[in-house]
Design a protein around this ligand. Sequence first.
Ligand code: DAH
Length: 368
Amino acid sequence: MSDEITPLHSFDDASLDTAFTTLADEVRTETDSLSDPEAFRLHWLGRKQGRLKLISEAWLKSAPPEAKKALGIRFNQLKQQIEAALEAPTAVATKSAVHGIDITLPGTVRSPGIPHPLLSTMHEVVSVFHHLGYSTNLGPQVESDFYNFEALNFPPNHPARDTQDTLVIANQQSRPSRDRLLMRTHTSPVQIRTMIAQAPPVRIVIPGKVHRNDAADATHSPIFHQIEGLCVDTNITFSDLKGTLDHAMKALFGSDVKTRFFPSFFPFTEPSADVQISCIFCGGKGCRKCKHSGWIELLGCGMVDPAVFAAVTAERRKINPADDAYNSEKITGFAFGMGVERIAMMLHGVSDIGHFYSGDMRFLEQFA
Ligand code: DAH
């Protein structure tokens, strides 16, 4: 291959054919063993020193006007031949390598996203209740005093409010106390919202974020998650509550798990109970996790207090004065509430609640 462009002296078709056939042969010889497509490209198509550029300068410019068209056609055919050689698969593969991309290497594997462990725990719990015929409801995180406390039978200034470490919204003093806004401290207000909107039978689970003025430590966070449950119908009894929660705990933690119910207090249930499950770590023998008691406390529950039905009825009567759907002589119900973080920590053996909020991929990837 010669880099010199010999001047063309005659521009008749035969001379042009001869000149371009020589060039086409050169291109073919080079492309038959194309080891460096980039060098080949530069040699022929380089903007400054490429052979096509030199040819066009040497020949096109000196051609008589009547020969320019014939010359141009052959010139373009040659250019197409070169470009086609560069687009051929072997040239593409090597050309990519020259540009720093080796398309023969396996591609970058993007791992698909996964639900956050708290979300998947919520989903697991909720789906246990979906299988029992419950549906899901949600409510606002900025809530009024009425829904978060008053309708749930926490009277104003009642000491039970102190146990909730409420974060209040600023500058609410001018409002009537029932309308004052706060960050909901539990998911229970959605019980009230549901009953005001819907007559019995009610079977509902309510997952969501709640807020408390709590210092963060290994087991507490000022923002956490709860799942609330509510069942209202005719003839709902405490044994329905026990059977339902016993089934749910077995579905979540395994059929060997036992439950027991201890008397407790919540303003919105009467009687109220705390539910304990047999320790899933030691099978009830006693270990560090269950503080050697064999039992772990997991949720609160109880029969809906008639005062709650009365508050709901008062609201419903603002719309329909004859409403009697939540007459506690005719219907009863049970409710329960549990912390999602606590359940997720137990299910996955997580010892610090902070891991859930850290966004540390090394933690999160373990749930993939
Ligand atoms: N709301 C309670 C809390 O945040 C949990 C709870 C207890 C909910 C008993 C209930 C219940 O519905 O019946 O501590």
